[in-house]
Design a protein around this ligand. Structure first.
Ligand SMILES: *Cc1c(COP(=O)(O)O)cnc(C)c1O
Length: 412
């Protein structure tokens, strides 16, 4: 079989080590070390100056982490992949690579809680402005961009609002305005959604979720597709003159990621490489169950409304199906009559776990307003459209019939 014809899982399983292991180990060993020994001072100098690709120190590179990065690079066709120790580290490292004092970021208020806080508080304290707008309205997005805009940032399906932006429309604006499109794709993994085909320049993934293989570890990925001309970026302009489309990766790898010190650890890279091997199988199983579960729950009288972009009554159904296929992820939300009804539902669950996190192998339920968004003011929650009547479910690998029985008894 031609190596080029391998499917996602085949490609993942057969990505070779960049250097053979001394013992021929069939899975990538965990190189649980900090430093690397050199034969000569000259070789050491070359490695430190970046004139050779040898490792020097595991905050910067490590063979096990590089193996994980290479696997992701192979199947995404990216220019570079950087693995960090959480999804938030991937977001903060990529934004700090792009932004400087006086920059602004165009995004929506429909964001993961810590991402919102990172923009609204952390970046604001360095005089980086965040312009919150409606990303489903391309004209509004366009009107908020100016010469200091360093990124359009979005989540491909927002959580818990389940909003879907038109990626083609945003990518056209991104190209016209010379502003990179940075997307958090955690909700739909790269085995199913090809970010590059939708004009995304920098893809960010919390690999804690689907990739880790059952909530084994925290992790994050920055995937640079090398498809943006950084000459228009105020911060990367001079690097772009010298390094072209590699400017972002070079700034990230030679400066930001070293200085922030949030590189993935070897043990985690090992676990998440294993997670990649079963990603397609788990994703297909969980999303199929999710779809069936939504169809069964949507008709229950206690369920006031149900929010999943893979059902025809959802306002984003058409766009979601075009962009993400018929089973868009394994997370959905539904509304009950009141906050009290939500708490009572959670307390009656027997199989489904009361826990945060997404895409564990186990099915999880949470009341976002009182937990993830619990410390936000009522006003901010209102602006973010986080309702006190909403329950979020992340569907795992159980049989969906068992899940339906548990959820139904807890609702009634
Ligand atoms: C969980 C999550 C994050 C943060 O990831 P961590 O690995 O927990 O830091 C960011 N974005 C989205 C969409 C998430 O679901």
């Amino acid at each position: 079989m031609n190596k080029n014809d391998l499917s996602f899982t085949g490609e993942i399983l057969h990505t070779p080590f960049s250097k053979p292991d001394a013992y021929g180990a069939l899975s990538m060993p965990v190189y649980q070390n900090v430093a690397y020994e050199f034969n000569t001072a000259e070789e050491m100098e070359a490695a430190f100056l970046g004139k050779s690709a040898e490792n020097t120190y595991s905050r910067i590179t490590n063979p096990t982490v590089q193996y994980f990065e290479n696997r992701v690079q192979k199947i995404t066709g990216a220019l570079s992949v950087t693995a960090l120790n959480s999804g938030m580290a991937a977001i903060s490292n990529s934004i700090i690579t792009l932004a400087q004092t006086g920059s602004n970021i165009v995004t929506s208020k429909h964001l993961f809680g810590n991402t919102y806080s990172f923009f609204a508080s952390t970046m604001a304290s360095f005089a980086v402005e965040t312009r919150f707008c409606d990303l489903t309205n391309p004209d509004e997005v366009e009107s908020r961009i100016d010469a200091n805009t360093c990124a359009i940032f979005l989540e491909i399906i927002t959580n818990p609002q389940m909003e879907v932006a038109d990626l083609m429309a945003l990518s056209i604006i991104s190209k016209q305005k010379g502003v990179p499109l940075v997307a958090d794709t955690t909700i739909i993994p790269f085995c199913s959604f090809k970010a590059k085909d939708w004009g995304i320049n920098i893809e960010i993934v919390s690999s804690t979720k689907y990739v880790s293989g059952g909530a084994t570890s925290l992790g994050g990925l920055i995937i640079d597709y090398g498809n943006f001309g950084w000459i228009s970026s105020p911060k990367l302009h001079s690097m772009a003159k010298e390094f072209g489309t590699a400017a972002f990766t070079l700034k990230l790898r030679k400066e930001i990621h070293r200085n922030l010190g949030a590189y993935m650890t070897p043990q985690v890279a090992y676990l998440q490489s294993l997670g990649l091997e079963t990603l397609t199988l788990r994703y297909e199983r969980a999303t199929t169950s999710c779809w069936h579960l939504v169809k069964r729950l949507e008709i229950l009288p206690e369920v006031e409304s149900i929010n999943y972009t893979g059902i025809t009554c959802n306002p984003f159904y058409k766009l979601s199906t075009q962009q993400f296929g018929s089973h868009p992820g394994a997370m959905f939300t539904f509304n009950l009559a009141s906050r009290e009804a939500c708490f009572s539902f959670l307390n009656k669950l027997k199989l489904v776990k009361r826990a945060t996190n997404l895409f564990d192998n186990k099915t999880l339920a949470i009341h976002p307003a009182s937990t993830i968004f619990g410390t936000f003011s009522q006003d901010v929650r209102h602006e973010m459209h986080v309702s006190g009547k909403t329950i979020r479910i992340s569907v795992g690998l159980e049989d969906f019939e068992d899940l339906f029985v548990d959820i139904k008894q807890a609702i009634s």
